[in-house]
Design a binder for this molecule. Structure first.
Ligand code: RP5
Length: 164
């Protein structure tokens, strides 16, 4: 069973990260979602990664804010791809989380996506693109989604465009 693991540092991250889970659901991709913190529950985080890998998790998505070390902690523990979603909030409104998540040392990558809702959705898309390398049905769905997006741009434009 191939699936995606979503780990959030806090319940306060869920409002944004449910967009990630919803996107995976739209494409019929299985996922697990838990709360576990690099700082508040380090052993639980390690234990989950090991258990998830044994069950078939292929990509890990980590969402955390402030001194965001969750994605890095995952990268330290697994060689599966890790996608980091920096959460807004705190005194720096996510700039701290973004820099903490993106600035990994060489050889320990975290694919860092945008802050906020767009990042949560893009984390799901990136995870699916990784899975789609070896899942032709999912690859077709990803291609179809691009066509839908392109049609929407054209249709939106038609409603308001001015061309001379
Ligand atoms: C991080 O600290 C969490 O990922 C969250 O984004 C932030 C604040 O957590 P709470 O104090 O709301 O639990 O570890």
């Amino acid at each position: 069973m191939n699936f995606v693991s979503i780990i959030m540092g806090s319940k306060s991250d869920y409002e944004i990260m449910k967009n990630c889970a919803n996107t995976l659901e739209e494409f019929g991709v299985q996922y697990e979602l838990i709360i576990s913190s690099a700082h508040r529950s380090p052993q639980r985080t390690k234990d989950y990664i090991k258990a998830a890998e044994e069950k078939g998790s292929k990509v890990f998505i980590a969402a955390a804010g402030m001194a965001a070390h969750l994605a890095g902690a995952l990268a330290a523990t697994t060689t599966k791809p890790v996608i980091g979603v920096p959460m807004k909030g705190g005194a720096m409104d996510g700039m701290d989380a973004m820099l903490s998540t993106v600035q990994m040392p060489s050889g320990m990558p975290v694919a860092t996506v945008a802050l906020g809702k767009a990042g949560a959705i893009n984390a799901a898309y990136l995870a699916m693109q990784i899975l789609a390398i070896s899942d032709s049905d999912l690859a077709v769905k990803m291609t179809e989604d691009r066509i839908v997006k392109e049609h929407k741009v054209v249709n939106d434009s038609k409603e308001i465009e001015v061309i001379i």
